[in-house]
Design a protein around this ligand. Structure first.
Ligand SMILES: [Mg+2]
Length: 480
């Protein structure tokens, strides 16, 4: 255009293009900022015990065999064995296991577990570079290195259009003088005119503007995109793979069924069980307390004893109450009925006589079922659930939601293998997950969607799209 003397045209094209790109970048930038705001970027420190004093040092500087302290609510920083204290660990981010795991002296713990209530003293067994957490991060890096970037709409258009227009212009330049007998300068002039008029100014501005609006709208619905190309790519998804715990289910147990024996009312059963568990630290106990709707009387409870891996015993109104596993009650001489337990069942006894049992389950998120239905309506042909949970309850959840396939008991590398195998011939594959154990898969697939509600930072980092409130319904919403 400059050569032809059409300066306004030249400036206009570049300006349109720049403005469009700028707006699109701004939308993506604000999405990315929101994602990093979701991450708790506190610097991690290990509390190392040395000669009676506690020193805070970065994980990379702790040698194997050091004695470290893990406080309530903190993440276990290094792999090791518990040497003191007892607590309940949330291992769901690493293993996908939704049931909390009890830890006492001698239990081995992995980096990435989250400590519940008590202070744990841990002797480290490996340095940071060889810890379970570092291995997951290595998997993430390797997986994202192998991923081919998705093309944006504009670049896939220009991949064909640009060479086409340039070759036509070249042909005009070469053929014009030969065919019409005009001068070479004439040919050049005509070729340049062709280039100027074929520049798609409107397209160059409208596509980025469209994305600008789309990304902004998605962000208002709690869907954060790390790149504008994912907006387009979401529509081409044909296979969606879900993680279970924390993604489709809440990851928190709640009382589902109250099953008293004959002659006992459900309220009575809950009253005794909730009071025995009133000051217990186990998460299942807290769920039972939450399920009791009446008034709680802390002064009626005495002599609380928690037995790791068993249950609790306490005196409520001066009468002995036992709450826990069937085996725990049987050891105390309580007669219980025979038969297999379905899911997680907690038994309660008063004065040595069984009151009944409570059934607890990891509740499915309210939007999960509708999300699956909507995805089918949008033409997703294959829905799969992968979980680290090995229990039969896991399989049940998946089948109830209408998944095509369910795979249980998977470690992070196992999940990764499955998503690689599931990659469809046509269309794209999206993986939806929340935990550290999902991060390698999130990084490897075409579109990784992380649940931002309770998810881990590693997952948020590895993902391409983040759903802020962790609502599964946002997945089909983003595809519309
Ligand atoms: Mg999970």
């Amino acid at each position: 255009a400059m050569f032809l003397g059409d300066y306004s045209e030249a400036v206009g094209v570049m300006l349109f293009y720049r403005v469009g790109e700028y707006l699109q970048e701004r939308a993506v930038g604000s999405s990315r900022r929101s994602v990093s705001e979701l991450m708790s970027l506190r610097p991690e420190a290990v509390h190392v015990k040395k000669a009676g004093a506690v020193d805070d040092v970065p994980p990379s500087e702790v040698l194997p065999g050091s004695l470290i302290e893990v406080r309530p609510g903190e993440r276990v920083p290094l792999d090791g064995v518990v040497t003191g204290g007892c607590s309940v660990l949330d291992t769901s981010a690493m293993t996908g296991e939704s049931l909390p795991v009890e830890a006492g002296s001698g239990s081995s713990v992995l980096a990435g577990y989250i400590n519940g209530q008590g202070v744990l003293e841990v002797r480290t067994e490996r340095d940071w570079r060889h810890s379970a957490l570092a291995r997951v991060q290595e998997l993430v890096e390797a997986a994202s290195g192998r991923k081919s970037p998705l093309e944006g709409r504009l670049s896939s258009f220009s991949r064909i259009y640009t060479p086409l227009v340039i070759s036509i212009a070249a042909l005009v330049f070469l053929l014009y003088p030969l065919v019409t007998g005009g001068s070479w300068a004439d040919g050049l002039f005509r070729a340049l005119v062709l280039l100027v008029i074929s520049c798609p100014c409107a397209l160059v501005l409208s596509i980025p503007l469209g994305f600008f609006a789309g990304i902004g709208r998605a962000a208002r619905q709690g869907i954060l995109l790390k790149g504008s190309n994912y907006l387009d790519a979401l529509r081409k998804v044909k296979t969606v793979v879900f993680d279970k715990t924390g993604t489709l289910t809440e990851g928190v147990f709640s009382v589902d069924e109250v099953l008293p024996r004959d002659g006992v009312s459900p309220e009575e059963l809950l009253y005794w069980a909730a009071h025995a568990e009133l000051s217990a630290s186990h998460p299942l106990g807290r769920s039972i307390v939450k399920a009791y709707e009446g008034t709680l009387f802390p002064d009626r409870v005495a002599e609380l004893v928690e037995v790791t891996g068993g249950g609790v015993s306490a005196r409520v109104e001066g009468r002995p109450v036992l709450v826990g596993k069937k085996s725990f009650l049987q050891e105390a001489g309580v007669r219980t009925e025979e038969g297999e337990d379905r899911g997680v069942t907690v038994y309660a006894a008063l004065d040595g006589i069984l009151l009944g049992c409570l059934r607890l389950s990891d509740r499915v998120k309210p939007g999960a079922e509708r999300a699956v239905r909507k995805l089918r309506e949008l033409g997703v042909s294959n829905l799969v659930m992968l979980t680290g949970d090995s229990s039969s309850a896991g399989t049940e959840v998946g089948l109830k939601l209408g998944m095509d396939e369910v795979f249980c008991g998977l470690m992070p590398a196992g999940k990764l293998e499955h998503v690689r195998r599931l990659k469809p011939e046509t269309g794209l594959l999206a993986f939806v997950g929340d935990g550290m154990n999902d991060a390698p898969s999130l990084a490897a697939v075409d579109i990784g969607i992380a649940m931002g509600g309770v998810g881990s930072d590693t997952a948020l980092q590895a993902a391409d799209v983040v759903v802020m409130k962790g609502d599964p319904l946002a997945v089909p919403l983003g595809m519309m």
